[in-house]
Structures are given as structure tokens and as C-alpha cells.
Write a protein that binds this ligand. Structure first.
Ligand code: HEM
Ligand SMILES: *[C@@H]1O[C@H](CO)[C@@H](O)[C@H](O)[C@H]1NC(C)=O
Length: 483
């Protein structure tokens, strides 16, 4: 009896040892990059998600870059992953989309964005997404939208300036969400009984988080929000179907028209998933970037001064200072675009861009086995001191002389290659217009908060509270003097 037990125990330990050995030494037809696979199953997941409060490269990545170099292996949320902090490999990954690599995101993304999510948007789904977004957010769409963006920014700024303090992250999120939802689905928060945006809260945290679906976790909150938002979107789509409009003007009209076509591959489920992704992708990212921009400007008076001068000059050049922004004025905001680039470089709102290797890939002497996940790491590129001097410094002027050859190798805040962010121009428009309205009309005083936290997605755990006060217009002053 005792002997049998001993043999069983021996066999079990042998099996476990074998499992652990295989876990630590994955199969590969070539040389795997160095790195540790961590604990069986858990991998190095906990280390990866450990919160940090710096603008610097995630310590998880930084330590391993030091130890192993810019390409290393690890295991995250149960998957073997090659992490790339190497700008050449990142570039290669972007260029090889659909050939050697395919978009792939961890299960947290799939569950939250729906199975027909942005991550699995290859081929035909992709076509719908691109068309739809270009329809609304392409150059022509943006030109049409400019006055609306300006009006919304002015309206909200005016309201905030009557309050003792505003929490900027939430306030800009609401501004941008309402604007985007109006464009996409003609959503009017004033006429709606339910607050649609509430369901999107805590998303970035939930997306790039440990996939533990129990009450209290960011992931759980996220899934619940998704369910409610999807229900609401579905009801709205059905209502539109029952009351179609004559002229196609928003995303719902586009979807209904597509669904009616005989040869269509679009389904209602896919369309709703797409809409969900777009609503999310558009407001959470841009409001983080805007909040950070205002914080960085408040901390860098010389940058704020130059930005203000650029926008005051735009108004001075006009015949009527109260006329609204024109497209060519928008295009002339050189320093503003430098501020925006510098902000998103430091923000690293997307800390990892995920792909899956479709076949064995040989690169710089290493082999990435087919089926493995690859995480391109934008922060490592954006904070590389050999490309960006004093990388942690907010220095919009650095963009002045920067050689933009090989831009995608050294700047990937919006991704690169075929899957380059379709909302880039929309984001830049919203940020530039908001900054224009802010610096020409208001003084902005930081009150509290503004600390950042990364898990590894960017957050403002204490918000960022500011007080806005109306500027005395220099033009008016002069007029008064003359009278
Ligand atoms: C500061 C703001 C933003 C940042 C930093 C950002 C970042 C990114 C990045 C890095 C990607 C590439 C993902 C990948 O390759 O897997 C991406 C894709 C995407 N973004 Fe953005 N984005 C921003 C704003 C927006 C806005 C405003 C929209 C909505 C109009 C949007 C819609 C999308 C969509 C639909 C994709 C998927 C494109 C594809 O898979 O081909 N983004 N974004
Ligand atoms: C911002 O970065 C993009 C992408 O690298 C580049 O094409 C653009 O010229 C930059 N803008 C400014 C004002 O430097």
C-alpha cells in the first residue's frame, strides 16, 4: 500500500517536473529570445500589471530590456508572448500585417469588445470599419465637423468656468463622448433618459487588466458596462430600423443600408460590436491625451506661452475676431501639433500593441514560433534616449527639426502600417480646437490631482482638478481705452 502510494507520488512529481520543464523551455525550431516564462500558467502576469506612477517605460519591460535586450520572451495571461522594444522589429510587425502577423488581443479584449471585435477585424469586417470611419472622420467629414467641435468646446468651457473647479478628465471625456456619439448614432444626452457614457467608464483599466471576472475587479466592471451599453445600442438601432430616415447621415443609417444589401456580410451583431469599439476608442483615449496636455502645459509656462501666442495670432489675423475657426487656420497651428505629438509621445496611452505570429519568424537571429503572441511596446520606442534626448522631458520644440524619415519606426502612438489608428486626425482636430478655445479665452489654474498611474494603461487616480477663469480680452481692453 505504502509502496503504491510512493510510486503514485513519484509519478505525479515526475509529471509536474516535466510540465514545469516544458513550461520553462517552450518548443522552438530555432533560437527563442531570452527571457523567463515565470510561474506555470500564471507566467509573469502579476509583474506586468503591477501599478507604477512614472512616465518612464514600465519597469517590467525596462528591467527585462536591461537583462535580455530589447527582444525577450515572457508569458502573460496564460499565453507565451514575445515582447518587442526594438523599433526595427516593431516596424517589421506593422509592415507584415496579414502576412507574418495578424492582429490579436488578449481574451480580456475579446470579451469586452465582443467576439467580432476590432482585434479580429481582418478581411471583410475591416472594410466596413474603414469605410464607416472614413465616411465620418475622413478629411471631408472633419472639415464639416470643425464648427461643431469648436461650438461644443466653447459651450463646455463656458459652463466649467462658472464652477469653482472641474475635474478635467471626466469633463473632457463627456465633451468628446457626446460629440462622437452624436456623429455616430445621433445620440443626444439631453433627450436620453439613460447616460450611455456611464457604461464605458473604467474601460482602459479593464481592458489591459488581469482577466479575473469576479465582483470588484476592473475587468468585471468593464464586462458589466459592456452588457448594458450593448443593450442600449441595440434598442437604438432597432428604433432607427422602425423609423428609418430619408437621408443617410450617421452610422446607424449606414449600417441599415448595408444590412439591406443582398450580398452583405455585415450582421447586426457585428455592426453593434463595431459601434461599441468606435465609441470607446474615440473618447477614452482622446480625453486622456487632452487632460495630460493641459497638465503638461500648466507645468511648462514657456510652452503654454508659445501655444497661446500661436492662437492669439490666429485671431488677430482675422477680419472679424469672433468668426469661427476655418480649416486653413486649423492647418496653420504648427506649434499646437508639436504639443500634441509631444503629449501623446509621453502619454503612451496604448502601452502594448498585440499581434500573433502566423508562421515561424526569424528576426535578428531569434525565432518567434508560429502561434506565439507578440507585443510591440510603444513606450520603449518613445522614451529611447538615442532618439529623443532627455526623453522624460516635455519639450514640444523637439519636433521642430526632427527628421520624420522613418517616422513609424520612432513614433507609434497611433500604431503603424495597415492598422494605423483611423481616428488619428479626429483626435488631433479635437485636441487642437479644444486647446485653441482654452488658451484664447481662459486662464487655467491647477488645483489638485494630476498624478498619473499606469497598470499599465494610463489613469489619473485622483483626477485633475482645475479652475478656469475668463481672460480679459486684450482686443476689448484696447477698444475701451480708445473710447
Ligand atoms: C489619443 C488618441 C488615440 C490613440 C493614442 C489611439 C491609438 C491607437 C493605436 C495604437 C491603434 C493601433 C492598434 C493596433 O495596431 O492593434 C489604434 C487603432 C484604432 N483606433 Fe485609435 N487611438 C486614438 C484615438 C482614436 C479615435 C478618436 C478613434 C475613433 C474614431 C479611434 C479608432 C481606432 C480604431 C477603429 C482602430 C483600429 C484600426 C484597425 O484595427 O485597423 N482611435 N488606435
Ligand atoms: C507628429 O508626428 C507625426 C508622426 O511621426 C509626423 O508625421 C508629424 O510631422 C509630427 N508633427 C509635428 C508638428 O512635428
Amino acid at each position: 500500500m505504502a509502496a503504491a502510494f510512493c510510486i503514485a507520488a513519484f509519478l505525479i512529481s515526475l509529471y509536474i517536473a516535466h510540465f514545469v520543464y516544458k513550461w520553462r523551455n517552450p518548443k522552438c525550431n530555432g533560437l527563442l529570445p531570452p527571457g523567463s516564462m515565470g510561474w506555470p500558467l500564471l507566467g509573469e502576469t502579476l509583474q506586468f500589471f503591477a501599478p507604477t506612477s512614472t512616465f518612464d517605460i514600465n519597469p517590467f519591460v525596462k528591467q527585462r530590456m536591461k537583462r535580455y535586450g530589447p527582444i525577450f520572451k515572457t508569458s502573460l495571461v496564460g499565453r507565451p508572448v514575445i515582447v518587442s522594444a526594438d523599433s526595427d522589429l516593431n516596424y517589421f510587425i506593422f509592415q507584415q500585417e496579414g502576412q507574418s502577423f495578424q492582429s490579436w488581443y488578449p481574451d480580456t479584449f475579446t470579451e469586452i469588445f465582443g467576439r467580432q471585435n476590432v482585434g479580429s477585424l481582418h478581411g471583410f469586417m475591416y472594410k466596413y470599419l474603414k469605410n464607416m470611419v472614413l465616411n465620418l472622420f475622413g478629411p471631408e467629414g472633419l472639415k464639416r465637423m470643425l464648427p461643431e467641435v469648436e461650438m461644443a468646446a466653447n459651450r463646455d468651457l463656458k459652463r466649467w468656468s462658472t464652477q469653482n473647479s472641474v475635474e478635467l478628465k471626466d469633463a473632457t471625456a463627456s465633451l468628446i463622448f457626446d460629440l462622437t456619439a452624436k456623429k455616430l448614432i445621433s445620440y443626444d444626452p439631453e433627450k436620453s433618459s439613460e447616460n450611455l457614457r456611464k457604461n464605458f467608464v473604467a474601460f482602459i483599466q479593464g481592458l489591459i487588466s488581469f482577466p479575473l471576472n469576479i465582483p470588484g475587479t476592473a475587468y468585471h466592471k468593464c464586462l458589466k458596462g459592456r452588457k448594458r451599453a450593448m443593450k442600449k445600442l441595440k434598442a437604438m438601432l432597432q428604433e432607427r430600423r422602425a423609423n428609418p430616415r430619408k437621408q443617410q447621415s450617421d452610422f446607424f443609417d449606414y449600417v441599415l443600408q448595408e444590412l439591406d444589401r443582398e450580398d452583405t456580410l455585415l450582421t447586426e451583431g457585428i455592426a453593434l460590436d463595431l459601434m461599441f469599439v468606435l465609441l470607446f476608442a474615440s473618447f477614452e483615449t482622446t480625453s486622456l491625451a487632452l487632460t495630460l496636455a493641459v497638465k503638461l502645459l500648466a507645468e511648462n509656462p514657456s510652452a503654454l506661452k508659445e501655444l497661446t501666442a500661436e492662437h492669439e495670432a490666429i485671431i488677430r489675423k482675422r477680419e472679424n475676431p469672433d468668426s469661427s475657426l476655418t480649416w486653413s487656420e486649423f492647418k496653420s497651428m504648427t506649434f499646437t501639433f508639436q504639443v500634441i505629438n509631444e503629449t501623446v509621445r509621453l502619454a503612451n496611452i496604448v502601452p502594448g500593441i498585440f499581434r500573433k505570429a502566423l508562421k515561424d519568424i526569424h528576426f535578428k537571429g531569434y525565432t518567434i514560433p508560429a502561434g506565439w503572441a507578440v507585443m510591440a511596446c510603444p513606450p520603449a520606442v518613445h522614451l529611447n534616449p538615442s532618439r529623443y534626448k532627455d526623453p522624460l522631458e516635455f519639450n514640444p520644440w523637439r519636433w521642430q527639426g526632427i527628421d520624420m524619415n522613418g517616422a513609424t519606426r520612432n513614433f507609434m502612438a497611433f500604431g503603424g502600417g495597415m492598422r494605423f489608428c483611423v481616428g488619428t486626425d479626429f483626435t488631433k482636430l479635437q485636441m487642437a480646437v479644444f486647446l485653441h478655445c482654452l488658451v484664447t479665452k481662459y486662464k487655467c489654474q491647477a488645483i489638485s490631482g494630476g498624478e498619473i498611474l499606469r497598470t499599465p494603461g494610463l489613469q489619473f487616480p485622483n483626477g485633475f482638478f482645475v479652475q478656469l477663469s475668463e481672460k480679459v480680452q486684450s482686443g476689448q481692453e484696447q477698444q475701451q481705452c480708445m473710447i
